[in-house]
Design a binder for this molecule. Sequence first.
Ligand code: ZN
Length: 52
Amino acid sequence: MNILKCTKCNAYTLKEKCPECDSKTFSPKPPKYSPLDQYGKYRLIYKKEQLL
Ligand SMILES: [Zn+2]
């Protein structure tokens, strides 16, 4: 069984569509990548370009 979550009304459901607002539901598991890491990477690239 796969628990899904509606990002609009924060409701948990087993259906691929939220019964409340009919929008697509997503797995509540956090994504593997961290947004903070991505920003760090971009900052590094930016710094390198500034040095060139
Ligand atoms: Zn919903």
